[in-house]
Design a protein around this ligand. Structure first.
Ligand SMILES: [Ca+2]
Ligand SMILES: [Ca+2]
Length: 154
């Protein structure tokens, strides 16, 4: 559960797995690949924002001029993962992309989605134990904002 003042909750008190024992996100979005690396045991809830963070990539769906929050996620098991993103009011036309390589060029990534702030995003993806994938959160035409991203490994 994500309580007030917490940037993430992964249900444990272990540091260096992407979410610290004090519920802070570990790592920096300015590094690629794997600046922010998350060990996904079963569920993590992340509270993030793309406001004021570096613009380091572009997705198939856009984000050429917007800051990019990139998470390297390492699943603990093979199976389905449900990704749910809820943008906060003011984050206009957010974009979420999933990559097999942090540095993939535009046009080569397997999956991206532009959403409305009102509807957000939810989809199920297949993941492989121990194989990192990258979640990119960015915005259309330079838009930025705050969001909650939940990853559930089924
Ligand atoms: Ca932890
Ligand atoms: Ca960008």
């Amino acid at each position: 559960m994500l309580d007030a003042g917490e940037a993430c909750d992964d249900g444990n008190l272990i540091a260096n797995d992407g979410c610290s024992e004090a519920c802070a996100v570990e790592g920096s979005f300015s590094l690629c690949p794997g600046g922010v690396t998350i060990d996904l045991a079963d569920r993590i809830i992340l509270s993030g924002s793309t406001v004021g963070i570096p613009n380091i990539t572009e997705t198939n769906c856009g984000g050429k001029s917007a800051g990019d929050a990139i998470y390297a996620v390492i699943p603990s098991k093979t199976g389905s993962m449900v990704a749910t993103m809820k943008p906060q009011v003011g984050f206009n036309a957010p974009i979420i992309a999933f990559r097999t390589d942090c540095k993939l060029a535009k046009g080569t990534e397997p999956y991206c989605k532009q959403m409305t702030q009102q509807l957000g995003f939810q989809d199920t993806l297949m993941v492989t134990a121990g194989k990192a994938f990258y979640v990119v959160v960015t915005g259309t035409s330079g838009s930025a904002g705050a969001y909650t991203l939940e990853l559930d490994l089924l």
